[in-house]
Design a binder for this molecule. Structure first.
Ligand code: GLU
Length: 495
């Protein structure tokens, strides 16, 4: 069997991390089994469409590194394209396909026209709720004759088309995450398949599309589990094979609330804006419900493609923990080649005005990399780099002179140490990190000074900050001239 999975979002807003997880799991499962990952756009709910929604979904997936093998995609000019033999892959372009299929169900007696008005349905629901009855359509139009149906249609009555859900027995679903789930058919509604506007509902379109597009595994959020018996019934009515289902658990925050916009960032775009890198977000999202079964935590997308499977996907709700995401971001940035990291950080440096424009030459990139190296290992997000490294670029530093004084030392002492240091460093010609550090430490000990008494004022003189990278790292990055100038400036502040 050739595995084909799909991600089938509705373009009703920016891609949510929950959506990213569904897409990622579907993608990983396909890759693991040498299969195909498809993107289909489910835009039948015309009222909820958001301009730019499709573009945002695709660019978020592309940013995450998820490759779309088939279906809707975007070219380098940000134009929506479709690729594959089972298209169109945008539901609003498939109306004739749904109409052919609904005709088949009507002809077979598996679907019927329903003329109930909105008002009647509202009344029915109120009555059911008041009397604590299960809510749902009561089947009033289920047995209207063909003759009467024709007449009412020709009279211009509005109608929808509903499925004739078999009311006996039960539907059993062997879900790849949840195991065996059983639904009593009598409790399953006669779902509307075609709406009054002629558009299919999600439930009808999803089944027709998954079959005609040859989806083998339907991987989606748990909220769709209660609808699955309707879908299975439709497969049976058409005489089609039922795909495998995997329903992913809910994503919750630490307060056990469903993840939502109201409780903070949820869109992939938000995380990108906040300076998270795709490698980290993908690794983090993979662990929302999946783990490799051992202690390993750091995974690249390629490694996930090789490891992922549903036997390690949990059915318990997955907790979205921002601290953990921060951990991943920090560690993935640490693991990244500094030149590559510099490419990610550079736009933020330009935005903050520390760089006038993006580096162009190899030399410019290298010198930015040396600066970036200072914070690699300390920074949590890409934003932390310009924030923490502003002092490197600054013409003059702003800080309180008191910051230069180490623990129980005095301003007078700090000034003396800096004067000695200035004289010592002025003579140094080898400005390489190791040499500078070893020799300066030897010199400090030969002077009979405490290391902190010299290095603390040196570091704060060079950075103007309470916390910063070490003094030698900074000295090498800013160069000898700027180092001496900053020490002179610090001495002046203490005088
Ligand atoms: N369009 C549905 C959604 O956005 C897709 C559900 C499914 O994957 O079947 O949630």
């Amino acid at each position: 069997m050739h595995v084909k999975t799909r991600f089938a979002p509705s373009p009703t807003g920016m891609l949510h991390v929950g959506g990213l997880r569904s897409a990622l799991f579907a993608y990983l499962f396909a890759k693991k089994h040498g299969g195909t990952f498809m993107l289909r756009i489910e835009d039948t709910d015309r009222e909820r469409l958001v301009e730019g929604g499709v573009e945002n979904i695709i660019s978020s997936l592309q940013w995450a590194g998820i490759t779309i093998d088939e279906g809707v995609s975007m070219n380098s000019d940000r134009q929506i394209i479709q690729k594959g033999d089972h298209g169109p892959y945008i539901q609003s372009e498939r109306l004739s396909i749904y109409h052919t299929h609904i005709k088949e169900l009507l002809d077979k007696g598996h679907a019927y026209h329903c003329f109930c008005t909105k008002e009647r349905l509202v009344e029915l629901r109120e009555y059911q709720e008041k009397n604590k009855l299960p809510t749902g359509y009561d089947g009033k139009c289920r047995n209207i004759s063909e003759e009467e149906t024709k007449q009412r249609i020709s009279r211009g009555e509005t109608f929808v088309i509903r499925m004739k859900m078999p009311k006996e027995g039960s539907t059993i679903i062997e879900d790849m995450v949840r195991g065996r789930v059983e639904f009593k058919n009598e409790l399953v509604d006669d779902q509307v398949l075609i709406k009054a506007d002629g558009f299919p509902t999600y439930h009808f379109a999803v089944v027709v599309d998954d079959h005609t597009m040859q989806t083998t595994h339907v991987i989606r959020g748990e909220e769709w589990l209660p609808s699955t018996p309707k879908h299975v019934a439709l497969y049976h009515m058409f005489g089609w094979d039922v795909p495998q289902f995997a329903h992913l658990s809910l994503l919750i925050n630490e307060k056990k609330q469903k993840l939502s916009k109201r409780h903070g960032d949820v869109s992939v775009e938000d995380f990108k804006e906040k300076g998270y890198i795709p490698e980290a977000l993908v690794n983090f999202v993979a662990f929302l419900g999946w783990n490799p079964g051992d202690e390993r935590e750091m995974f690249s997308l390629k490694e996930l493609e090789a490891e992922f499977d549903f036997d390690k996907v949990s059915k318990a709700a997955a907790v979205f923990n921002v601290e953990k995401l921060n951990w991943y971001n920090k560690h993935h940035m640490m693991a990244m080649d500094t030149h590559m990291l510099a490419k990610r950080v550079a736009p933020y440096m330009v935005k903050c005005g520390f760089l006038k424009k993006l580096p162009e030459t190899e030399v410019e990139w290298s010198s930015l990399s040396t600066v970036i190296e200072l914070e690699k290992g300390r920074a949590t997000t890409l934003h932390d780099f310009p924030e923490a490294l502003g002092f490197v670029f600054a013409e003059t530093l702003e800080y309180e002179p008191g910051l230069l004084v180490w623990k129980k030392s005095t301003a007078e002492d700090a000034r003396k140490k800096l004067e000695l240091l200035h004289a010592y460093l002025s003579e140094k010609n080898d400005w390489k990190r190791e040499v500078l550090e070893t020799e300066t430490l030897e010199w400090i000990s030969a002077q009979g000074c405490g290391v902190g008494d010299v290095l603390w004022p040196m570091r704060t003189a060079l950075s103007g900050q309470k916390n910063s990278p070490g003094p030698f790292e900074i000295a090498v990055v800013i160069g000898k001239e700027k180092t001496l100038q900053r020490i002179t400036d610090a001495i002046a502040r203490l005088s």
